[in-house]
Design a protein around this ligand. Sequence first.
Ligand code: 5GP
Length: 212
Amino acid sequence: MGQEQKGILIVVSGFSGAGKGTIIRELLKKHDDYALSVSMTTRDPRPGERDGVEYFFTDKKHFEETIRQNGLIEYAPYCGNYYGTPRAYVEEQLEMGKNVILEIEIQGALKIKDKFPESLLIFLMPPSAEELKRRLESRGTESADQIGRRLARAVEESEGVEAYDYIVVNEEPEECVEEIHRLVDAARKAPVRRKALIQEIRSELKSFAKGE
Ligand code: 5GP
């Protein structure tokens, strides 16, 4: 009994400016059973972003080649660029028992739910639309035009929030991190994610019932 449990795949989405980056960084700092997948993107690096850390930055040709080689578990266009999740790292970390976090937008999230029904989808909400706009503007990394596109995109994304398993409001970051951790902990105990354990106990019970 007591098979090692594999990790679970966790999708964290939220409107641009909802604070996903900060929350995920804190979650990784506080708890060591998580691994963060680094996505591949065709968008340009923002000041301070490093290749292989925030993203693997690449061009459209290489991105499309990676798609053809089945190297991504999902990908989607977003505000004029491609974003995708490299397959190898995710599979390797899940196998090692880590909970793998994908910080991705909604189209990708839906593809993940479709391909991996045991994944956990969390949507991070800002306390209000006004607060979201304020955070986007104060970040100072996008032009007014880009902020406008991201807010328009948030309107579209808000239409799909019901597809997620949970909504967590990011009012107070520390509390938000712990709330996500509690949700993940509970999700790991759901029967859909404990199939190996269930199988094992069933087969042992059958043996006992037969008097073996
Ligand atoms: P940003 O340009 O602000 O870093 O990211 C834009 C959006 O792309 C965010 O909503 C982010 O969650 C999403 N994103 C980042 N990586 C991926 C990915 O691998 N796949 C998908 N589908 N979306 C991603």
